[in-house]
Write a protein that binds this ligand. Structure first.
Ligand code: NAD
Ligand code: TDX
Length: 357
């Protein structure tokens, strides 16, 4: 009998990297990727996995409870790894509703359907909720978030993720449901939608557009290469303890302005710009993000001490990989930006209704 794992949001940035990571390993499970393909979900990000018979794609929404019930019935999932979310802080400030719908109600649907499936003794053993360090709020100049740090979210995005974390914890404590949560710091790497700091800056530098730095550029994030996040998730999914939370981070704290400077210099070097004018001239200090958290830093010692996980990539090496990836994958960039991927979607999935198996 085939063993199926449900991955939600697998066509987004981290989910697509995670699916590729699993399929490149000696992996003997089948993956069902359930994704509603919002602007952030792109089937092109997994086009190289389409031919793998361990990979199955379902175009559908976690808000569609009936669909979730049908999928659990049909595939008898043994585990869920839940990435699907609205993920961009600035969008949550402009329009929080989609964040409440997907991140809170969608997570509730998935959790509750998985719980009922588990309770009925269908061989279900793990619900892994992917979350963020932003639930802990903002740090001052010192200290780091541990798993015991009280929640104190600042944006509608982080409040919606905090809410979903609480629901998962409540199902563990109340019903003994076998779930784990990982709270990770800022990711970067291939296939990240170019609204987030690093890909936005790389592309704007290439295209000689202004580089919008919020406030004074002094806010600090703790960066982790996406492949390191993937290895941490798989470690926790396989070996983590039910009911536990694990913080994931790269120990690579940088001020935003340092990141932008590094990217300017890297892209200038790669494009061998000969006019001697640095792209740093494109930097524009713009109005700050409302409620902008000053600093995030992760204490990942629990994950290291209990499960033996450590990041494998250095920040400088992985940032350069990321720049190279964007410079060499402008077709992907142009597709996600132009909406041509929607045509691709219609061509490839035209006969299937949303939610159809
Ligand atoms: P993303 O925005 O790139 O991808 C989200 C994916 O979810 C997309 O493919 C989208 O189509 C899908 N989706 C959205 N709403 C859906 C719905 N209602 N039903 C089904 N699918 C839906 O996000 P990401 O950066 O890959 O983040 C993935 C997860 O990791 C999120 O839960 C996020 O909170 C968390 N996280 C992200 C980071 C980061 O730095 N990007 C860091 C820590 C945690
Ligand atoms: O144009 C910009 N200029 C700028 O100065 C953008 C897009 C961002 N910034 C700043 C804001 C942040 O301090 O850069 C920092 C990083 O911003 P984002 O890339 O938007 O990430 P952040 O808000 O930190 O959230 C990310 O990490 C945690 C992800 O989007 C979340 O999904 C994840 O949970």
């Amino acid at each position: 009998m085939k063993n199926y794992i449900l991955i939600t949001g697998g066509s987004g940035f981290i989910g697509s990297n995670f699916i590729r990571y699993l399929l490149s390993e000696e992996f003997d499970c089948h993956i069902v990727n359930l994704d509603s393909l919002t602007y952030a979900g792109n089937p092109l990000s997994l086009s190289d996995c389409e031919g793998d018979d361990r990979y199955h794609f379902i175009h559908g929404d976690i808000l569609d409870r009936g669909l979730l019930e049908r999928l659990f019935e049909e595939y008898a999932f043994t585990g869920v790894i839940h990435f699907a979310a609205e993920s961009h802080v600035d969008r949550s400030i402009l329009g929080p509703e989609a964040f409440i719908d997907t991140n809170i109600k969608g997570t509730f649907n998935l959790l509750d359907v998985a719980y009922r499936h588990w309770k009925n003794g269908k061989g279900f053993s793990r619900f892994h909720h992917i979350s963020t360090d932003e639930v802990y709020g903002s740090l001052g100049e010192t200290g780091a978030f541990t798993e015991a740090t009280p929640y104190d979210p600042s944006s509608p995005y982080s409040a919606s993720k905090a809410s979903s974390d609480h629901l998962v914890k409540a199902y563990c404590r109340t019903y003994g449901f076998p779930a784990v949560i990982t709270n990770c710091s800022n990711n970067y790497g291939p296939y990240q939608f170019p609204e987030k700091l690093i890909p936005l800056m790389i592309l704007n530098i290439m295209e000689e557009k202004p580089l919008p730095v919020y406030g004074q550029g002094l806010n600090i994030r703790d960066w982790l290469y996406v492949e390191d996040h993937c290895s941490a998730i798989w470690k926790v999914f396989c070996d983590g303890k039910d009911g536990e939370t694990y913080n994931v981070g790269g120990g690579a704290e940088r001020k935003n302005i340092e990141i932008v400077h590094l990217l300017c210099d890297l892209v200038d070097k790669k494009l061998k710009r000969s006019d001697g004018v640095s792209s740093r001239n494109l930097i524009r200090y713009v109005q700050d993000r409302p409620g902008h958290d000053f600093r995030y830093a992760i204490d990942a010692s629990k994950l290291k001490n209990e499960l033996g996980w450590e990041p494998a990539f250095s920040f400088e090496e992985a940032l350069e990989n990321t720049v190279d990836w964007y410079l060499n994958n402008m077709e992907w960039v142009n597709n996600v930006r132009s909406g041509a991927y929607r045509e691709w979607l219609d061509r490839n999935y035209s006969g299937r209704q949303k939610g159809e198996l």
